[in-house]
Design a binder for this molecule. Sequence first.
Ligand code: DQA
Length: 141
Amino acid sequence: TAVLVLNGVNLGRLGTREPGIYGTTSYQQLADLCRSAGAGLGLEVEVRQTDSEAEMVGWLHEAADRRTPVVLNPAAWTHYSIAVADAVAQRTADLIEVHLSNVHAREDFRRHSVITPYATGVIAGLGPQGYVLALTRLAAG
Ligand code: DQA
């Protein structure tokens, strides 16, 4: 099964970006982890990152058209992007929302997600392992 792992704005800077909050795993290491864990689960995992909301919306349309399951870290868009939420709402397969940090233990504005109402489920606060857990769930069908 093909699975898309989609990462939003600023996540390309993982490793150097606020390591106290997001850890020292680089984006490249996170992408490698997703691909290798996916391969072990029998999934063909493609990992992408963009700082462009338009590009992310296009990828979500692609997933909807192809019925591709998605692991999505919407990053800051989580909290305000109705455009990303509307694109997620069109999903035709499971979509798991993932956050590296525990968004409920930080600023108040991070506690609200406009994406969650349209997601299959949410994983937050477990770091890169959260992605592996999401892939494990998608592999289980
Ligand atoms: C994040 C949490 C968001 O609040 C933040 O804007 C991010 C990353 C996370 O993975 O913990 O960029 O989605």
